[in-house]
Structure formats: C-alpha cells, structure tokens
Design a protein around this ligand. Structure first.
Ligand SMILES: [Fe+2]
Length: 489
C-alpha cells in the first residue's frame, strides 16, 4: 500500500454495527500518511531530537462479529523531531496475520469476543497493536497476548520482520508479551511470555547484538494474565496476579477472566540471568497491575512503583471479584500510584499508596534511568470511566507521592495518548527534557501533538502542532532518542 497523506479526518472504513469501539475517538483510519506538521502555537525546542511512537488498534477490514479494542491491526503513529521540525508518519505493522488478511482482501481472524466456533477455539490475530519500544536502534511492536516481536524501522515505520532471538526460543515457538523492557546501561531486552500451557510463563534476555543470552521457564500455579514486568540493575521482577482465565472456558478457547479476591498478588524477584529455582516470590494484597512506572534497588530492598488497579468493593467492604474482572475486561481503568517494597535480606514486604486519591495510568519515566532510582514519573491523568479517555497529564514525585505539576487542555474534551518523557539532547538533570503526547479534541475530532516542559507541566504546551486527521485512541508509546538510532538523518 502506498503511503498517502490526508488533509482531514479520514473516514472510518466501516460502520458502527460491530460495537462502540469503531466510532468517534476510536474510529480507525483507512490510509497511511507521511507529512511535515504545521506548528499551531509556541516554538519547538531546538534540543529535542528523536521520535515519539504510539501504537494502537486500527482494523484494516470490517470485523467478523463483535469488536474489542484488543482486536485491531497494529498501526504506529510517529512524530519525528529533527532540526526544529516534526515529520509525522503512520503505517500498519505488517504482521504475518495482516498479510494473510491483505491477501484475502477481507477479515480472516475473529476477535477476542468471538473466539468460539461451536466448541472449537478460533485463533486470534497476532496484531502487534499493544506496545512499541526502542531496542538496538530499532522499534519493536508487541502484542499483549504474547506473540512475535515485530521489528519496525523507527523512522520509516517499515516492518523488517521479527526478532530472531525471540522466535528461536522455546524450540522455535517463542513469544514475547507486550511489556518487555530495555536496560539503558547494558542495552539488553528483558522479556517474558505467558500462555495456556504449563509452566505458564517464560523469561528471557536478548543482547543488543540480537543473541538470546538467557531463557528459562517460570513455573506459575496455573494460567495467569500478567501484563507488565519490571527490572533493576541486578534483578527482574515478574508478576503473578490473581486474575486468571476461567479454566473451563479457556479449554474451549473462550477468553473469560476471573479475579480471585482470596489469592495474593505475588511479585517474583529473579537475578537477571537466574533460573526458575532462584526466583523468590513476595506476597502482597490482591490486586491487578497493568503497568509499572519503574523499579530500583535501595540497600537490601527492591522497590517497584506502579499503578495498582483498585478492585471493585462489595457493600460490606470486601472485593467484588466478578465486577473487578468485568471492569478489567472492559478496559475501564481505575488505578492508584503505588509502591511495593521487597526486602531480599529479611523477606519482609511493604506496600502503600503514593497517591490514594487520583486515578492515573499509562506511566513513563526518564528511560535513561530505567531500573535505577528515579524521582519523577509522568502519567495520564484522571480517567473517569470512559474507555481509554485520559483528559490530562501529571508529574509525580515517586518517593513522596507529591503531585508536582499537571496539565490539561480542555479536559472535558481531551483524549491524551500515553505521554512519554523525552530527554533534552544534553540533559543535565533527571527531568531536563519534555513530555510528548498526542491530544484528540472530541469536539471536532482534530488531533494535535503537544510538547510540554517536563520540569513544570503547568506551564502548558511549549509547542502545539496540527496533525493531518485523527489519531484513533490506542495503547502504548515510547520515545527513542536520535542518538540511539543509527539511521538517523
Ligand atoms: Fe499495557
């Protein structure tokens, strides 16, 4: 498909008979684009060079039945900041399943809400629609259910195949979950997969030259639905959460989930190159965790800061597991910034909210300090139950929990993409840089790219640029520095 530009809102290629998530802010685009953005207000910082990538679902063909945002083909939107101008591109990730449907000229795969054919399971599409991250000068597009690691040129957005190291693991059937991590010091990719077969999880390390340098099974009590992981300079932290697939439904290929209020949340601390027997599990109060902000070591303690999903309460103050699972399945997010501490010497644990009041998610920090002590976190702010609508941005002190600054343009109408911290070219402090995000204004469905001063979000955008049409609501983003991209020009 040839690249093209669109001057206005691209029409949704199909109607709303498949449910609410193909309309309005979620409406997919029917084309790709490559254009230089016009500055609406402000001025672009001269010391901001790199690329902001955001991936999300964008079905190319009309779905077969009911549609869920997890189903759509992954499309990456890129804003390349170079020499005082911004070039915007969007392209589908050319996954094997995208190519299969393209060859057929129609949808072939059913979505997660249509997984049963009689008593038989229908295969889901590995869409690479969930997360995008920078690894070894390239971008990886990843899928939440654990699939292939699609390698994408971070500038042109051309798909270059899959990461061999992951594909060769597990005897050639290796997968990678959406939230893998890259150590900024070693350049290694740390990842896990999960699935419906024992031992239920695997963990691996890929060197920046592409070699698989470590891979081990991780034995869980059964099939689980972990979403993220964390790491420190010496350890990886794996998640065993009380959110399970319903075993009987899963055996029939149906993706029904249950939250078990009587089962603790466990985090497993593993030496980076350790095996299953070296994993130490630490128990915490039952919760689901979508996303980690960062983790680090403090003496004997491993500290992890993340967004703790708030279970739905019953009238007597207990946990309503059914309602909690339904909320999670429906992508209604209700999370609090939280700290978990694990003492490797004593085995003791502590956990506490950093902000017990506000609903925040889609976090980032200074990626140059991933796995190391960080003071600042940047999050999408104050979700109010509308699926994937985040009307603001917030900066937190990850130690005290103080809300340091915040920003929203017209919060009643704003839909921000996952904000990502972009360091200044010659940064001298942890927050010396910018926060970058797309913003959709639901009043006219116009999209802008906003650049804020990470030291004080309350100043408002330093620069606002107009986008050619809508960036549909999506999932995760990243920032890749120009200095980390060999092909930068
Ligand atoms: Fe995620």
């Amino acid at each position: 498909m040839a690249a093209s530009t669109s001057a206005g809102i691209a029409p949704a290629p199909f109607g709303d008979e498949h449910g609410p998530f193909l309309c309005g802010p979620y409406a997919p685009l029917g084309d790709e684009a490559d254009t230089v953005l016009e500055l609406r207000t402000g001025a672009l910082p001269a010391d901001l060079n790199g690329v902001y990538l955001r991936v999300g679902p964008n079905p190319r063909f009309a779905p077969l039945g009911r549609y869920h945002p997890f189903d759509g083909d992954g499309m990456i939107h890129a804003a390349q900041f170079a020499h005082g101008r911004v070039r915007y591109r969007r392209r589908w990730v050319r996954t094997a399943d995208f190519d299969t449907e393209s060859a057929a000229g129609d949808a072939v795969f059913h979505g997660i809400r249509e997984t049963l054919a009689g008593d038989r399971a229908r295969p889901l599409k590995d869409s690479a629609n969930t997360d995008v991250l920078g690894f070894a000068g390239q971008a990886l597009a990843l899928w939440y259910m654990a699939g292939a690691a699609y390698v994408v040129d971070p500038i042109t957005l051309e798909t270059r195949g899959t990461l061999d190291a992951v594909a060769r693991s597990r005897g050639g059937c290796g997968h990678i979950s959406a939230h893998a991590k890259v150590d900024p010091v070693s350049g290694e990719l740390l990842y896990f997969d999960y699935g419906a077969e024992a031992p239920w999880m695997h963990y691996g390390v890929v060197a920046p030259d592409g070699r698989l340098v470590h891979h081990t099974p991780i034995t869980l009590p059964g099939p689980r639905l972990p979403h993220d992981m964390a790491f420190t300079a010496r350890y990886s932290i794996l998640h065993d959460l009380p959110l399970f697939h319903d075993a009987a439904a899963l055996a029939r290929g149906r993706h029904k989930i249950a939250f078990h209020a009587d089962v603790p949340t466990r985090f497993g601390v593993l030496p980076r190159y350790g095996g299953d027997t070296e994993l130490r599990w630490f128990e915490f109060t039952p919760c689901f965790v979508y996303h980690v902000v960062n983790a680090w070591e403090e003496g004997d303690e491993v500290v992890m800061v993340g967004c703790r999903y708030v279970p739905v309460s019953t009238a007597d103050g207990g946990i309503d597991g059914v309602a909690t699972a339904q909320q999670i399945a429906q992508l209604v997010m209700n999370a609090r910034l939280w700290c978990w501490r694990m003492d490797l010497a004593s085995g003791a644990t502590r956990e506490y909210p950093l902000d017990a009041e506000r609903n925040v998610e889609f976090p980032s920090c200074n990626g140059q300090l991933a796995g190391r002590t960080t003071r600042y976190g940047y999050l999408a702010d104050q979700h109010d139950g509308v699926v994937l609508q985040w009307p603001g941005l917030a900066k937190y002190d990850l130690v005290s929990g103080a809300r340091l600054s915040q920003w929203s343009s017209e919060p009643a109408h704003s839909w921000y993409s996952e904000p990502w911290f972009a360091p200044a070219d010659a940064a001298t402090a942890e927050d010396d840089g910018y926060l970058v995000a797309f913003r959709l204004d639901a009043r006219d469905m116009r999209c802008t790219l906003e650049v804020l001063d990470a030291r004080d979000l309350g100043r408002g955008p330093l620069a606002v640029l107009d986008l050619p049409g809508q960036v549909p609501v999506g999932f995760h983003a990243c920032w890749i520095r120009a200095a980390d991209i060999p092909a930068w020009a």
